[in-house]
Design a protein around this ligand. Structure first.
Ligand SMILES: Nc1ncnc2c1ncn2[C@@H]1O[C@H](COP(=O)(O)OP(=O)(O)O)[C@@H](O)[C@H]1O
Ligand SMILES: [Mg+2]
Length: 260
């Protein structure tokens, strides 16, 4: 792979010309970009480093996305081509998906028919199976995070590993993170268990909501129901995607995302 991970001697702007904004990111913005040497188009996610924090802490969440992405290789996962770092930003250069994301496709056709939804589900499942097999939980599966590489035939790729988590069989996850509408109940509702935590199956729930959205296309209805969930009404939903809060402890169990 032509990969230039975070080599501070190579500047992104020496090699690429940045183009139009194609998506917003929680930490930055996604742009279309052209590689000057080849004229080939890419998508570049520009992540702003957080100021006012010690260097290592400041970059930890952003670097996690780079570290996870650079180790992935699957037909249903977006391919990271290169990564660069400047004083204030990190640039993730990815293959450009000219058909945008699954959310736009669902909006455009006001829902997808059963056979298209089935194909989509199969492909996202393949991507997720690969991730889970190598110990990664995505934690933010939803149509905007599924890119459309082709429409005839349909080819989908998972993206956005900003809040993904590397796990093994004994890892506990407790962080309140994800997108409320797609979030598995065990993430936000501790229930009666003393040893509350969740596992990779949270991706399956989100995949189920994604399938529902493809077939039924009733986003406003789901949102209305979701807003009735007390913990989300309290306003935690606003910060869930960004900060990843920790659920209240309900028993004498280890701390956040601790190992058994
Ligand atoms: N490789 C890409 N090709 C085309 N569009 C992309 C690509 N990567 C991201 N986008 C667009 O940008 C949006 C935001 O990117 P994403 O990585 O999900 O950032 P965020 O952290 O804001 O969710 C996506 O929903 C998609 O519409
Ligand atoms: Mg996203």
């Amino acid at each position: 792979m032509d990969f230039e991970l975070l080599d501070p001697t190579i500047a992104f702007s020496d090699q690429y010309m940045i183009g139009e904004n194609i998506g917003s990111s929680s930490f930055g913005i996604v742009y279309k970009a052209k590689r000057l040497a080849t004229e080939k188009e890419y998508a570049v996610k520009v992540l702003r480093k957080l100021p006012f924090r010690p260097h290592k802490l400041r970059n930890a969440p952003i670097l996690k996305e780079v570290l996870i992405l650079q180790n992935l290789g699957h037909t249903n996962i977006v391919n990271l081509h290169a990564a660069f770092e400047s004083k204030k930003e990190i640039y993730l250069v990815m293959e450009f998906m000219r058909h945008g994301d699954l959310e736009s496709l669902i909006q455009k056709y006001k829902g997808l028919d059963e056979s298209v939804s089935k194909t989509a589900l199969n492909q996202i499942c393949d991507g997720l199976e690969y991730l889970h097999c190598i110990g990664i939980v995505h934690r933010d599966v939803k149509p905007p995070n599924v890119l459309v590489a082709g429409t005839t035939p349909l080819r989908l790729k998972l993206t956005d590993f900003g809040i993904s988590k590397v796990v093994n069989d004994t890892t506990f996850m407790r962080t309140l993170c994800g997108t409320p509408m797609y979030m598995a109940p065990e993430i936000y509702a501790p229930g009666a268990g003393v040893d509350h935590h969740y596992d990779r199956k949270v991706d399956s729930w989100s995949l189920g909501v994604t399938l529902f959205k493809m077939l039924v296309h009733l986003s406003s209805h789901i949102s209305a129901v979701i807003k009735q969930i007390p913990i989300l009404k309290e306003g935690r939903s606003k910060t869930a995607r960004l900060s990843g809060q920790t659920l209240p402890k309900v028993g004498p169990s280890p701390g956040e995302d601790a190992k058994r």
